[in-house]
Design a protein. Structure first.
Ligand SMILES: CC(C)(COP(=O)(O)OP(=O)(O)OC[C@H]1O[C@@H](n2cnc3c(N)ncnc32)[C@H](O)[C@@H]1OP(=O)(O)O)[C@@H](O)C(=O)NCCC(=O)NCCS
Length: 160
C-alpha cells in the first residue's frame, strides 16, 4: 500500500540523492532557481520503503510542483503524490497547480495531461539559460529521454 507523509529532515538526503531526474537539488522553473530543501515536500512510501516524492511551492492562488518523482513507475505512486499536492492546494484555497517538464519528457507530459493538466507556456531554450543560472558550462548538449536534446521548458497547469 502506498502511503504519504511530509518529508522530514532525516529524509532529505534520500530525496536529494534521487533528484537528478527532476533537475537535481536545485531546480529552475520559469527562470527562477529553487533549492528543493527550502520547500515543503511529500514522501511516498510502500511497505515502509521510500518510493517517491513531490516538492512544491505553496503560494496564494497558484501552487507550483517543483518536482515529482517515483522510483518505481506505473504502480500508482505518481498519481498518489499528485493527488496529495492538489488536495493540499485546494484545502489551502488555491485555484491552480502548475508544473514544468522538459521537451523530451513525454512520459511526464502524458502523465500530467491525463490528469487534467494542460500545456500553457513554452520557454524555448530555457535549459541554456538555466545552465547559466546554475553556473554550468553550456558546451555540451544534454541528452534526455529517447536521445532527444533537452532544450526547452513546457509549463502545464490545472485549475482545481
Ligand atoms: C511522471 C512520473 C512522476 C509518473 O509517476 P508514476 O509513478 O509512474 O505514475 P503512476 O504509476 O501513478 O501512473 C503512471 C501510469 O501507470 C498506470 N498504473 C498505475 N498503477 C498501475 C498498476 N498497478 N499496474 C499497471 N499500471 C498502473 C497509471 O494508470 C498510469 O497510466 P496512464 O498514464 O495511462 O494513466 C514518473 O514517470 C517519474 O518519476 N518521472 C521522472 C521524473 C519526472 O519527469 N517528473 C516530472 C517532471 S518534475
Amino acid at each position: 500500500m502506498i502511503t504519504t507523509r511530509d518529508v522530514a529532515e532525516a529524509d532529505w538526503d534520500w530525496v536529494l540523492a534521487e533528484s537528478p531526474p527532476i533537475g537535481g537539488p536545485q531546480v529552475i522553473t520559469g527562470g527562477f532557481l529553487h533549492r528543493l530543501k527550502d520547500h515543503p515536500a511529500i514522501l511516498a512510501e510502500e511497505d515502509g520503503e521510500k518510493v517517491g516524492f513531490a516538492v512544491y511551492n505553496p503560494g496564494g492562488v497558484r501552487w507550483e510542483i517543483l518536482g515529482i518523482l517515483s522510483t518505481i513507475g506505473r504502480r500508482g505512486i505518481g498519481s498518489v503524490l499528485l493527488d496529495e499536492v492538489e488536495a493540499r492546494a485546494k484545502a489551502a484555497g488555491a485555484e491552480q497547480v502548475r508544473l514544468s517538464a522538459t521537451n523530451d519528457n513525454f512520459p511526464a507530459l502524458r502523465f500530467c495531461q491525463l490528469r487534467g493538466y494542460t500545456l500553457r507556456q513554452l520557454i524555448p531554450n530555457a535549459i541554456a539559460d538555466n545552465k547559466k543560472l546554475k553556473g554550468i558550462p553550456d558546451d555540451e548538449a544534454l541528452l534526455g529521454l529517447y536521445g532527444i536534446e533537452i532544450r526547452d521548458e513546457i509549463i502545464l497547469n490545472k485549475n482545481l
